[in-house]
Design a binder for this molecule. Structure first.
Ligand SMILES: O=C(O)CCC(=O)C(=O)O
Length: 242
């Protein structure tokens, strides 16, 4: 499958692109069922809310390293239908990097927390920023359960370091940052919708205000020429050429 010129232009301009109904309902239901088993048993490795925001909150935030956990997950991350699209947006051969987003993300009812405005590249060490992530909604995602919000064209801005705090969150109190945050966009998602977003695109999610967990799948690919930097976490996990 390929993006048409309009879609590719939109991705390049905005730094994110929504593709509706990309995965079937049946596939999402099966992935969700498998993910739920791992979530219920807190199968390691996981990240808690407390590890993310430096508190004592032990609520699950994400299942890490999901590629090797279940064939269903692996097949989704190697889905041939998306390969051509990833090649277009990266303008290079897509390489699945298992070091970072290789996760089932959760927003648990009542005890989940806000995800600050951030660029994913904050924790990553590659030669350049030619990386994108693929977010798959496994169920509906909307304002009440913490759907992602994105700031269009933020991937093109060279921010000064002072725009970010010590956790590399984009400071929401700065009036200049607030102006940009006002331009944020969000789409309600249904199971099977995907969003492809650039590693510099600022994004954010509230906590989940509903009684039902929000569970999503996210993985990252880099362009083949964009190598991870030796000696960093980004270089310590397997990679798969798609
Ligand atoms: O909290 C979420 O749903 C988004 C997570 C996210 O953007 C991240 O961990 O990079």
């Amino acid at each position: 499958m390929q993006l048409d010129d309009k879609q590719l232009k939109q991705f390049r301009e905005d730094g994110f692109l929504l593709l509706r109904n990309f995965a079937t309902q049946e596939r999402c239901a099966k992935i969700l069922q498998a993910a739920t088993q791992h979530i219920e048993h807190q199968v390691a490795p996981v990240e808690t809310e407390g590890e993310y925001n430096l508190t004592s909150n032990t609520t699950l935030r994400r299942l890490r390293q999901v590629y090797g956990r279940d064939e269903l997950f692996q097949k989704w991350m190697r889905e041939p239908k998306i390969r051509g699209i990833l090649e277009q947006v990266l303008d290079d051969t897509p390489i699945l990097t298992l070091a970072h987003h290789n996760s089932i993300m959760t927003k648990m009812p009542h005890r989940s927390t806000e995800t600050c405005w951030h660029q994913d590249k904050r924790y990553w060490s590659f030669q350049n920023d030619n990386l994108v992530s693929v977010w798959l909604a496994l169920d509906s995602e909307h304002a009440d359960n913490g759907v992602l919000k994105f700031i269009p064209a933020s991937h093109k801005i060279d921010f000064e370091p002072k725009c970010f705090d010590e956790r590399d969150c984009f400071c929401p109190k700065s009036s200049k940052n607030q102006e940009l945050i006002k331009t944020a966009m969000q789409y309600d998602l249904d199971a099977g919708d995907i969003v492809i977003f650039h590693c510099r695109t600022l994004h954010y999610a509230t906590q989940n205000f509903t009684d039902k967990p929000k569970i999503s799948f996210v993985y990252t690919v880099r362009g083949r020429q964009n190598l991870p930097i030796e000696g960093t976490r980004s270089a310590t996990y397997d990679e798969i050429e798609l």
